[in-house]
Ligand binder design. Structure first.
Ligand SMILES: Cc1cc2nc3c(=O)[nH]c(=O)nc-3n(C[C@H](O)[C@H](O)[C@H](O)COP(=O)(O)OP(=O)(O)OC[C@H]3O[C@@H](n4cnc5c(N)ncnc54)[C@H](O)[C@@H]3O)c2cc1C
Length: 476
């Protein structure tokens, strides 16, 4: 049967684009998250180039109940493209066309394999920019928007960038969401169609509801004049107060608060030893990003920002820190993340949470960190508001570290910390909202009651054979 199915796939995508070759399967078996998501070899790699091919592959998978794992660029750092139950990796890196950049509507239509960096370059030529997550430039822009990412250098954009999607459903049928679904219209010019928000139904899920083959995204004006304000704090409450104040007054394009380690890592490309930064600017650092059309506007924005910063108990040697010139690209274009791996493998657990509870989360985190014999100097964390803080309180809260994943003891300590941390965060009212990370879905779902029941019913209706990335949300 295996050979027969491979033959079908080869007939659909071409013999070079479907394989069961062990050497190739192995390259998809594990990712950087392997200590937490055990490696598992898929059974097939299929690399479609058109929507029709995706539909045909999905129909065969559905008929034979073979799991399908959509794969855009595979850099999600959460083990989300590991075929936990075997099956097909649907590698869409060659579906990489930017189908339209519409200056008038400020929208783009892209395929799933389009990298963030390529979209940014195509938009820049037209004086626009896409939403740029703090992820590597190779990450798929579409997969990031579908999952709703973290855009911490531009909180004013919010986290919702999708206007509509073309989706291959698990039965192989095609769905267009929002205004794209209407006949005889301009296409994806509006997020909402009639009735419920169909686009949202397919978002923030790791390939568990279908495969998007085209995605329409919002674009934003690109300002060439930008500046940053950085200040250090010894008390998290002071830092939080300033972030809230800036948000409420609409000052800046973005701002985030972080442990000094995170700030130092941003500069690690330039300096030899990140630990040189320790004690130079307080334990916690505020980073505010300002943008404007003119020099006068940026100066006015800086003055407003610094006034708020100076009114709080900032430290940092009595000065507001200037930002070195060469950090500009860090937040203007997709990030160069190689320096993040200087101290070892990158580990992070993310949540969305109310900003007012930052101190509670941090103190609980630190307690567990020490309990599991982890180095306190390497317990990084940051908070980044998801949007301006006018409505609600939501910030992204991430605990992060850099570690030697070949060291058995260090790895085991971190795994034990993660288990404890996930439980503790849920105990104090923080759910794994950012992405359905495999490790904590099993903990999250039982607490969700009818919310989870309805979600599961919808999933069962859309994917009755549970072929779409099984085990990633509704864990067995
Ligand atoms: C160092 C580092 C820093 C990062 N920082 C950030 C950050 O600040 N902000 C942020 O948002 N992200 C960040 N990321 C995470 C990552 O880059 C994003 O999650 C990324 O956008 C998704 O990865 P990808 O594009 O490779 O998609 P993949 O890894 O290929 O896929 C991600 C998930 O989406 C599903 N999927 C992919 N394509 C489709 C499709 N066509 N249809 C349906 N489902 C699909 C997959 O099955 C998988 O579950 C970071 C990653 C790294 C390595």
């Amino acid at each position: 049967m295996v050979d027969n199915i491979l033959k079908h796939f080869k007939d659909i995508v071409g013999s070079e684009r479907a394989t069961t070759d062990d050497a190739i399967l192995l390259t998809y078996a594990r990712d950087q998250q392997w200590p937490f998501v055990p490696p598992r070899k898929p059974d097939y790699i299929v690399r479609p180039t058109t929507t029709t091919e995706v539909q045909q592959v999905i129909r065969i998978a559905n008929r034979h109940k073979i799991p399908v794992v959509p794969y855009a660029q595979g850099v999600n750092v959460r083990g989300l493209c590991i075929a936990e139950q075997g099956g097909i990796i649907l590698d869409m890196r060659d579906m990489n066309q930017i189908l339209e950049v519409n200056e008038d509507m400020m929208t783009a239509v892209i395929e799933p394999g389009v990298r963030t960096v390529d979209l940014a370059v195509a938009c820049r030529e037209k004086g626009l920019r896409p939403a740029i997550a703090g992820c590597p430039g190779v990450a798929s822009a579409g997969a990031n928007y579908m999952l709703r990412g973290l855009y911490h250098h531009m909180w004013k954009d919010g986290i919702e960038h999708v206007l509509g999607m073309e989706i291959v459903l698990p039965n192989g049928n095609l769905l267009h969401t929002g205004s794209w679904g209407f006949p005889n219209t301009l296409g994806p010019y509006c997020r909402y169609g009639i009735g419920p928000d169909m686009t949202g139904l397919f978002q923030n899920q790791p390939g568990t509801m279908g495969v998007f083959t085209k995605l329409a995204t919002k674009l934003y004006p690109k300002h060439d004049i930008a500046d940053w304000v950085v200040a250090g704090y010894d008390d998290i409450s002071d830092l939080v107060k300033v972030i809230k104040e800036l948000g409420k007054k609409d000052i800046g394009a973005s701002c985030m608060g972080m442990h000094w380690l995170g700030y130092a890592m941003l500069f690690a490309g330039n300096i030899k030893d990140v630990f040189e930064f320790k004690d130079t600017m307080g334990e916690y650092v505020l980073w505010a990003v300002l943008e404007a059309e003119t020099e006068e506007d940026i100066i006015a924005e800086e003055e407003k920002c610094e006034k708020i910063v100076r009114a709080s108990n900032y430290v940092a040697g009595g000065e507001i820190f200037p930002i070195p010139e060469d950090i500009d690209n860090e937040f203007t274009y997709p990030r160069i993340v190689s320096q993040w791996f200087r101290l070892g493998n990158y580990y992070a657990v993310p949540f969305f949470a109310p900003i007012d509870m930052t101190k509670t989360y941090y103190e609980a985190t630190m307690k567990l960190w020490l309990k599991h014999n982890l180095d306190p100097d390497l317990c990084g964390w940051f908070i980044a508001p998801m949007d301006y803080l006018h409505h609600g309180q939501a910030v992204y809260f991430e605990v992060e570290t850099f570690y030697d994943s070949s060291d058995d003891e260090e790895r085991e300590n971190l795994k034990r910390f993660t288990d404890d941390f996930n439980k503790k965060m849920m105990e104090i009212g923080m759910f794994s909202w950012f992405r359905p990370n495999p490790g904590n879905m099993g903990l999250t779902l039982p607490g969700l009651g009818n919310y989870a029941n309805l979600w599961k019913q919808i999933k069962d209706d859309i994917d009755p054979n549970d072929i779409m990335n099984p085990g990633k949300v509704f864990v067995i």
